[in-house]
Design a protein around this ligand. Sequence first.
Ligand code: GLU
Length: 579
Amino acid sequence: MRRLAIAVPLALLATLLATPAHADPGPLKVPTRQGYGGAVTSVDPYASRVGLRVLKAGGNAVDAAVATAAALGVTEPFSAGIGGGGYFVYYDAETGKVRTIDGRETAPAAMPRDAFIDPETGEPYNFSPELVTSGVSVGVPGTLATWQRALRRWGTLPLDRALAPAEVLARRGFRVDATFRGQVKQNLERFRAFTSTRALYGRLPKVGSLFRNPDLADTYDLIADHGPRRFYDGALAREMVRAVRRPPTTSSTQLPVPKGFLAVGDLRGYRTIDRAPTHVEYRGLDVYGMAPSSSGGSTVGEALNILENHDLAGATPEQALHLYLEASALSFADRGAYVGDPDFVDVPLDTLLSDEYAAERDELIDPGSAMTKPVGAGDIPDTENVETTNLTVADRWGNVVEYTLTIEQTGGSGIVVPGRGFLLNNELTDFSPVYDEADPNRIEPGKRPRSSMSPTIVLRDGKPFVAVGSPGGSTIITTVLQILLNRIDLGMTLPQALRAPRATQRNTAAVLAEPGFVDRYAEALEALGHDVQTYEDIFTGTQEIGAATGIEFGPGRLLTSVAERDRRGGGSALVVRPR
Ligand code: GLU
């Protein structure tokens, strides 16, 4: 019944989106909205609007999250899309339980352990351009399978309905903003290195111009009509394989573009994995995160457990930040030593998330002086071997989705599947480049590279309190951790917690921080022995860390929907019934 009831409003939505876009300067971006009846927040105003309309038409949080993600594949194609993977975290209001789907990319079955070693030199390929812009870094995509799994498990819409608004958006077009243009600009050389990518993204679009992607609209349409099997098998699968094994390079490109190992059997065999979430208690709250193959839940969780030994609320901001940086470094050391795909390595998750282990790690922290970095991993016996985007959705029934999805680098591998309108990921660069038996993140066929994505849902007395996530590679972990501390311990509202300047300590000699953080805290932290440097993204040159979204669940069912105000050009936070 509900499916039928939703079909009509969605058709209306399609018509609405189909009104000529030149009459529309593009939807407004609002970083914070409060209200009732459901909320959607993402980095993009078109995508958030799609999600909101699904909620208004009676869809639940899962329906809206998938529709929003599909729209992000159109308007944020350099961060997310069906050529990539991600992690879907869901709070089910009926059962009160948090559940997750691991939709991470996998290494092809034929991938050798020395795949990232240049046969000519015997040395690892450079990370960029060789490894990033390549077929060899393309993992089997998991995003479409994730959407299908999430809808089947918890949604009310079939996949074709959830894809419909994004298909219209791709066909009718959207207005280019400065962020989209900037991302094309930063990638122009490699986008022009492939005939397929050159055709779609090879020209610098003007801000305000209409951008259409009819090939992607057709691809969504094909999948809507025939199901994900049309993606994981048949002509489209063969075309992906060809693009990876014989990348469609232009005759003029100087880029090396190493070939990859993907086969149709890898696509056919791809499965998402239903996983139990990680869980830690923090100051009476229950914090749920993403278990391995992501290191997000274990690393955020370990750091929180360490920090629970300290009274952050009673500390000065500088003291609290000192402890935050030290706890981050310690948990990053353990991440490096112990976390990888649990189907391949024995991850001591219970120990990493135990209070006893956190207390042991905490003994290394000196409140008056920073440890020398890098710090060593803790001793855990009994183990054998040991630019992305985020969205948050809540519905009127109290269900919550926190979903981080990615194609890894901004622009992924740079390879658009010819005629299909989407970029393939370069997720396998998240593996360690050099094979080492002791490294839990070594390359192995069929394995999922270790991620840092940290979609997180916090419950208070069994009910949602805050949901939050962010892109940003391994800085995701510290961004989510810092937002949680800002909100839970340091007296900030959720919008303030997102806006506050960020710093990241991933067990390296220097703390890397946004300019606003450096201005405010560098002097005090340097007095404690930290070396605070300004963060700069090696690809984009930006000095921003992350692009978070979050929702807070207040008294009387009040929802505070929050996106970035400034980072990545600002995001779009919406609610069904504004206050
Ligand atoms: N590939 C990264 C990860 O899975 C995410 C990339 C990003 O956020 O930029 O951890």
